[in-house]
Design a protein around this ligand. Structure first.
Ligand code: OGA
Ligand code: NI
Length: 357
């Protein structure tokens, strides 16, 4: 650990080495924010950095085939990198059920949760982690996360090993989100002149997707902490379900402020990830975002990270640069990009430099 504060070493041991996570720390009854979670003043989201006059687009996708819907999606991907979709067809009950199951999992006693800590987990398709990259961080994020992999390696065989309190709900949520993901991918790739997503492309780009349950326990002093530091997602796209607490902020396009993503019941928040920015040769933008911890309630969110296979080679799509543009990125093996991204703390959009020419 890079820090020297002995209290932080103790906190690190409790949270990481002993598999308690931030939820374990909160359950232990802490009433102040530990040093390890205290964010330097200049990295906090001060109220004067929040832009109240801006908003991200909300797109009604009840008719996916409507050319206006397609246009709005591609335009939002190019301009803001973030949008919400409503009337996507995934029933509210499925969304409610997965949120409730998230609270059930994180409401388990610590010894039950820690069965899924990386060193204990019965399968690599489910893993419980804390913060983002604890071995590389001096300040931790106020967040635990349970991640479930949907493929490609025979995940169904390992589903019986997932936590019984949430496995059916996560499975149903993940499966129900698939057609939405497919539609979004089809529209976004068509916007880059890709004619069709054939089976081989689908297998390469989408089969390694991940569903994560993010859990941000109530924080005694949210102003001092970060739920998630500013970052972009390494995914192709992320389709996220939030709850009614709010707290997700997106970097404004002029770079100077942060825009809140207001909770809309039943909506998905969609954002472009680094992989799609690379594939699109910068036509679509993977935008920084961050989460503020909540002072009164436990918050959950359930992103689906649409992720290529680890051996997929990602670079600007030939269709996206067919009119003779210079490629801005080299080809990278997806697994190499992820190892780079997940090996360091969240740091804005720095990961993209790994692939930039
Ligand atoms: C993420 C993320 C936002 C949220 O998990 O990468 O940005 O609202 N989550 O939890
Ligand atoms: Ni994110």
């Amino acid at each position: 650990m890079p820090q020297s504060d002995p209290n932080s070493d103790e906190t690190f041991d409790f949270v990481v080495n002993n598999g308690n996570g931030i939820k374990g720390l909160v359950d232990a009854g802490i009433e102040t924010v530990p040093q390890l979670y205290t964010v330097p003043i200049d990295e906090r989201l001060e109220p004067n950095k929040i832009i109240t006059h801006g908003s991200i687009p909300v797109i009604d996708v009840s008719d996916w085939d409507d050319p206006k819907v397609k246009e709005s999606i591609c335009e939002a991907a190019a301009e803001c990198g973030f949008f919400q979709i409503i009337n996507h067809g995934v029933p509210l009950e499925v969304l409610d059920a997965v949120r409730e199951s998230a609270h059930r999992f994180f409401g388990l006693p610590n010894e039950e949760r820690s069965k899924y800590w990386p060193v204990n987990s019965p399968t690599d398709t489910v893993v419980l982690t804390t913060s983002f990259a604890p071995q590389a961080e001096t300040v931790f994020e106020w967040k635990d996360a349970l991640t479930m992999r949907f493929g490609p390696h025979q995940y169904r065989e390992s589903v019986p090993l997932w936590p019984p309190v949430c496995r059916d709900e996560v499975l149903e949520y993940g499966e129900s989100a698939k057609p939405v993901v497919r539609k979004l991918m089809e529209i976004l790739l068509k916007g880059l002149k890709v004619k069709e997503i054939d089976k081989a492309r689908e297998y390469e780009l989408m089969t390694a997707s991940i569903v994560t349950i993010n859990y941000y326990p109530r924080c005694p002093n949210p102003d001092l902490t970060a739920g998630i530091f500013p970052h972009s997602d390494a995914s192709i796209i992320t389709v996220l379900l939030q709850d009614d607490n709010g707290g997700l902020y997106v970097r404004a396009t002029d770079g100077n402020g942060w825009i809140h993503v207001p909770p809309i019941d039943g909506a998905f928040v969609v954002n472009i990830g680094d992989m799609l920015q690379i594939m699109s040769n910068d036509k679509y933008k993977s935008i920084e975002h961050r989460v503020v911890a909540n002072g009164s309630k436990n918050r959950v969110s359930v992103p689906v990270f649409v992720t290529p296979r680890m051996d997929a080679v990602i670079g600007p799509l030939p269709e996206a640069i067919e009119s003779g543009e210079q490629p801005l990125y080299k080809k990278v093996v997806c697994g190499d990009y992820f190892r780079h991204h997940f090996g360091k703390k969240h740091d804005g959009k720095k990961s993209l430099e790994f692939a930039r020419i």
